[in-house]
Write a protein that binds this ligand. Structure first.
Ligand SMILES: Cc1cc2nc3c(=O)[nH]c(=O)nc-3n(C[C@H](O)[C@H](O)[C@H](O)COP(=O)(O)OP(=O)(O)OC[C@H]3O[C@@H](n4cnc5c(N)ncnc54)[C@H](O)[C@@H]3O)c2cc1C
Length: 390
């Protein structure tokens, strides 16, 4: 009971856990052996169940078709989604929570509400060959022409583009008083001028692909601009804060699953006259793993509570970075130990440790690499002192 969860929190947590354990985890190995895919009827059943169980659009308010979960509850659900490999947990969806506050009624009807209802799916086209960590280095452009914007540029790593109905495009405005700043746009994926360049292969085995996409004189109505011209970077920051916390949650879930699996294996595996778990070298790996998980989880839950309590946004930015940094690096260490404890089995793709060992690596890179998180944290420390951790 160390995390002071209310009865409602516990119910939400166990509902998500049952779904992951009973429905998703049994399909992991199949997905791994079939390019991340599971049979369409199973996928549909999962989607239906996730909706029925209130595990989609988990960050949206009830009045828009969400569930009104607290941030702590969102984290509890996302942790469970993190316990399954091969992105099968990604049907726990989180449409941008900042969007309803800035979207026009046209945008709400056309994109936002259908996304919350699970009828449309989005993908983010922000990163470019020379603009990843440094989003301000974007070269893609948005040129205003009458009632339209003309979008140009090449975007990399556009996750879930193969499943998306529309893209969020971020580019540099070339005209007007905000020229040089960023605009953020809804772009339907079938808009003329959008060209799928290639589907690179990545370390993990997911049904969600990460396309490279060229925007070649893509014309969108001015009504597709999100918020005002120049707002692009502030949306990116808001998204980062949320998603970094959710990555921290998923990493805690992954680490918990790994610890359960490697402890069970170490208890069952007999080496000579001893169980593997009776060797101190192995005990230490288990002890370090569970201790580090507890630390990361405390930070993650505490940051979620601060969001719910309306803490200062700069503090939240630092704490979300600390939680993401701690949890992602912790989960990578745990996965490495799990492979070691499983031995040769741990190097087989049918083993959960092997899959997480590959899959968790990206959590130290996307939504701000560990070095970027450290830069954010150091900046806050230098500006605000050690008060940021009191
Ligand atoms: C699987 C996957 C999915 C992705 N999905 C999306 C998506 O859907 N949409 C999207 O727009 N982008 C997506 N990305 C892009 C992702 O956000 C970037 O890869 C990430 O921000 C890092 O940018 P980069 O790859 O250009 O690395 P770079 O910016 O080139 O950085 C390379 C490395 O340099 C180091 N580094 C960077 N900055 C600093 C610094 N200030 N100080 C010290 N060291 C530093 C870090 O170690 C970093 O990993 C995805 C990436 C991957 C791998």
């Amino acid at each position: 009971m160390s995390h002071q969860l209310s009865p409602v929190d516990r119910e939400v947590q166990s509902r998500a856990r049952r779904f992951v354990d009973e429905e998703l985890i049994p399909w992991e190995v199949h997905a791994e052996m079939h390019d991340g895919e599971i049979p369409p009827d199973v996928r549909e059943k999962h989607e239906h169940l996730a909706r029925e169980l209130g595990l989609t659009a988990i960050n949206q308010p009830k009045e828009l078709g969400g569930h009104g979960y607290t941030t702590r509850q969102q984290v509890l659900i996302m942790e469970q989604a993190g316990r399954v490999t091969n992105a099968l947990g990604w049907l726990v969806s989180t449409p941008p929570s900042w969007l309803p506050a800035v979207a026009t009624s046209y945008q709400m009807e056309r994109w936002v509400l259908p996304t919350i209802a699970g009828e449309k799916h989005e993908a983010y086209a922000i990163t470019e060959e020379n603009a990843g960590s440094d989003v301000s280095a974007l070269a893609a452009t948005a040129r205003r022409e009458g009632d339209e914007y003309v979008l140009n540029g090449v975007k990399w790593h556009v996750t879930s583009a193969n499943l998306a109905d529309y893209l969020f495009f971020q580019g540099v405005l070339t005209e007007g008083s905000r020229a040089g700043e960023h605009g953020f746009f809804f772009v339907d994926i079938d808009t003329p001028g959008i060209r799928h360049v290639r589907t690179p292969a990545y370390t993990h085995t997911y049904a969600h692909h990460h396309w490279e996409i060229a925007f070649e004189d893509v014309r969108v109505p001015a009504a597709n601009l999100v918020g005002q011209e120049g707002d692009g970077m502030s949306f990116a920051r808001e998204w980062f804060r949320f998603e970094r916390l959710m990555i921290a949650a998923r990493c805690c879930g992954a680490a918990e699953r790994l610890i359960e699996e490697m402890t069970a294996f170490a208890e069952a595996r007999q080496i000579g006259v001893k169980k593997l778990a009776d060797h101190q070298a192995i005990e230490f790996m288990l002890a370090d793993s569970v201790t580090e998980l507890w630390g990361a989880r405390l930070m993650t839950y505490r940051t979620a509570d601060e969001v719910d309590q309306g803490a200062d946004v700069k503090l939240l930015h630092a704490h979300a970075s600390m939680a993401k940094l701690t949890a992602s690096e912790m989960a990578n260490r745990v996965a490495d130990r799990a492979v070691q404890i499983f031995g040769g089995r741990g190097y087989m793709r049918e083993n959960v440790a092997e899959r997480f060992w590959r899959e968790l690596r990206v959590d130290r890179i996307w939504e701000g690499a560990s070095e970027v998180q450290r830069a954010i944290i150091a900046d806050q420390l230098r500006k605000r002192g050690t008060g940021i951790v009191r």
